[in-house]
Structures are given as structure tokens and as C-alpha cells.
Ligand binder design. Structure first.
Ligand code: SF4
Length: 368
């Protein structure tokens, strides 16, 4: 009997990636010969990046934004993962045009995390509870004012700085010192206020975008080990109200385990926000079934895809004969026997055309 190869019907780009790529292609097709600068890879898939690169898409980093030549004539694309507020400021200062392709699901998550943070930071009087640590002046060079510092550090907060709302530490008394005379000022949240926890990959673009909504004032945990370490080291303040959010592409099962452990420790309560993307959450169940009902699984995703790693681990847990590849050249015919069924699937960043190519090559290499 011949090898039977089936492509998972639900694998392929998610809505957010489809939207970002369509926007990029619309721009490139409408502006022949022009480049479109993408801040980070528009999709974590090398083959798709190569295809779009041939049309004029150039991937750049944040450090490159200021060096874009003639920025007023150029366009920067913000991908589906979203960005912190500082990136919009950077683009504005550089004078480059922006196409914002932040996925609507991520935009909602950014808004929710901002609102949760603002409400956690409110004290009983309705004021903002921040403690200022003012260090000794070392030079007289001009420095930002208090209002500017607070605005930069806590962009989501609406603050009227004043002695009733802010406390100055370091011997300056209750009245607000003139911070322009000081070399450095650290603004930190009052430890009696609540705390935001983000379940996500450390350093991932979406997580950085979320951190930017709260001025970096959140604890990021990537897995159960990191949660237990953060609890042990007191970085998670279990005596304060906690609110937890998940990166949109994390595993729903892992998230619920994390939330369970955290809720057992949270003495002042834990509010769990269900922020895993519904397209990703439903994929987990379907993909589990798909992996269990095939003899061999070939999972296709880019090496840097975080969603790819989560979904491949899921396949492997359901089917030990699961293989991860990022290009058809990695297919090994010794994985298959003639009368078996092979399931080809991928991440939310894997293009459909690549899955089809992989399926065809498996058939060819197995003599089908
Ligand atoms: S996985 Fe969901 S939230 Fe993330 S980009 Fe895709 S559609 Fe948007």
C-alpha cells in the first residue's frame, strides 16, 4: 500500500499574519521599485521572508530606524506582534511613515493590560501610589523634569505630580524637589500596590510590546520553573492583588497550570485574563487529534517561531514520531514506511504553499 500524506486543514497563517502580509503586498504592488521596511520579521518563516524580500520587503531592527535614508519618503511596517509606545515615538522622531499591522487581538490585550495596571496602581484615595527614589546629584547638566520622567516611565498613567500623590525619598521631605538639578531619578511603584504578571516568552516582541504599556513594570514568566523562582525570590508580591495576562500564542494547558499554582499562593487575590488567541487555543485541541491519528507527523515552522515551538512540543507529546523541519530539504525518507499515514502541519506563521511543497516532496521521496 502507498504512503498516505495529509495536510492539516487548519494549519497555516493566522488572521493577524494574513492581514500583515496582505498589507505589505498591497503596498509593494502599489509602489513598484520601492522598499517597505518591516520592524522585525513580518513572519517567523524564512521561506516566506525570502518570497516577500524579492518584492522589496526589508527587515530592520529598532536601531536601524534612525538610519533609514530620506525617511519622509519611506514607510515602516509594524508587524502583528505590536510594539511598545516608545517605538511609535521613535518612528515619529525619525520622520518615517508607518503602516501599523498590529493584530486587533494584540491591540485589545495591550489596552486591557494598560487598564489593569492603571487600576492596580490606584490607591484608596484614587491617587497614584508611586515612590520616588532620588539619588545624590553629581553634575549640573540639564535633566528631564519630574513630569517627563513619570510620563516616560508610566506612559499609561494619568498623573498630576504633587505631594499628596507622590512621595519623595532620600531626605527631601514631603514637598516635591526640583528634579532638574539631579543626575538620576528612579521611579518605582509602591510595593503595597498590585502587580501585573505576564506569561510569555522573555524578549519576545509581543511581550516587549506588552511591557511597554506598563512602563516595564511587570514580571514576565516563561514557564512553571520561572514562576516558582519568582515566588521564591519574592519578585511576585503575593500579599498584593495580582493580575495575570498571557502572550496570545502560549499553550492554554500550561497557562491554566501556571494560574492554578499562582492562585494558591496569591493571598490578596489573582485575576486571570483569558488572553490566548482563540485561533491558537482551538488549534491545540485539533492539532492533538491530528497528531494522534497519523503514524508520522512532519511539523513545519521557522526556527525562531515561538508558536512553532509550542505546537511542535504538543505534537511530540501526542506522537513520538513527530519531526520538526523548517525546509523541505530536511525531510528524511527513513522516517516513513510504505503503508503509513503522514500528517503535515505547521504553526500560525507557516505558509500554506510551504506545507503543500513539503507534502509533495514527501510523496516524491517515498516513491509515491
Ligand atoms: S496568533 Fe492570534 S493574536 Fe497572534 S497575530 Fe495571529 S491572530 Fe493575532
Amino acid at each position: 500500500m502507498a504512503l498516505k500524506v495529509e495536510i492539516d486543514k487548519r494549519s497555516g497563517f493566522c488572521g493577524g499574519v494574513i492581514r500583515a502580509i496582505s498589507e505589505a503586498e498591497r503596498f509593494l504592488d502599489g509602489n513598484p521599485g520601492k522598499k517597505l521596511y518591516s520592524l522585525g520579521a513580518i513572519v517567523h518563516n524564512e521561506a516566506e521572508l525570502e518570497r516577500l524580500g524579492a518584492k522589496g520587503l526589508v527587515t530592520i531592527s529598532h536601531d536601524d530606524v534612525r538610519s533609514i535614508p530620506s525617511p519622509e519618503n519611506e514607510t515602516l511596517l509594524i508587524r502583528a506582534h505590536g510594539e511598545p509606545p516608545q517605538t511609535y515615538e521613535l518612528a515619529r522622531e525619525a520622520g518615517v511613515n508607518v503602516i501599523d499591522c498590529t493584530c486587533p487581538v494584540v491591540l485589545k490585550l495591550q489596552r486591557d493590560i494598560r487598564e489593569a495596571y492603571t487600576s492596580l496602581m490606584k490607591g484608596t484615595s484614587g491617587g497614584c501610589r508611586l515612590a520616588l527614589a532620588v539619588r545624590t546629584p553629581r553634575s549640573a547638566r540639564p535633566l528631564p523634569t519630574l513630569g517627563e520622567i513619570v510620563k516616560t516611565s508610566f506612559p499609561s498613567l494619568s498623573i498630576e505630580p504633587g505631594p499628596s500623590l507622590l512621595r519623595a525619598e532620600g531626605g527631601y521631605g514631603p514637598s516635591m524637589p526640583d528634579l532638574t538639578a539631579f543626575r538620576s531619578v528612579a521611579v518605582s511603584p509602591d510595593t503595597t500596590t498590585g502587580q501585573i504578571i505576564i506569561f510569555g516568552k522573555v524578549g519576545h516582541a509581543e511581550v516587549l510590546g506588552l511591557l511597554g504599556q506598563v512602563g516595564g513594570d511587570a514580571v514576565v514568566i516563561e514557564n512553571m520553573r520561572m514562576l516558582l523562582d519568582a515566588l521564591e525570590e519574592g519578585r511576585i508580591r503575593v500579599d498584593s492583588p495580582l493580575e495575570i495576562f498571557s502572550q496570545t500564542t502560549k499553550s492554554p494547558v500550561e497557562y491554566s497550570e501556571i494560574c492554578k499554582v499562582l492562585s494558591e499562593r496569591a493571598k490578596a487575590g489573582l485575576k486571570v485574563h483569558q488572553t490566548i488567541c482563540s485561533q491558537v487555543a482551538s488549534r491545540h485541541e485539533e492539532l492533538s487529534r491530528f497528531a494522534e491519528t497519523h503514524d508520522v507527523i512532519v511539523f513545519v515552522s521557522g526556527v525562531s517561531s515561538s508558536n512553532g515551538k509550542v505546537l511542535f512540543d504538543l505534537c511530540l507529546s501526542r506522537n513520538p514520531r513527530s519531526h520538526h523541519i523548517s525546509s523541505p530539504a530536511e525531510i528524511d525518507p527513513s522516517w516513513f514506511r510504505p503503508d503509513e499515514t503522514v500528517g503535515v502541519c505547521g504553526a500560525t506563521s507557516t505558509p500554506r504553499w510551504l506545507l503543500e511543497e513539503v507534502a509533495n516532496i514527501i510523496c516524491m521521496k517515498s516513491g509515491n
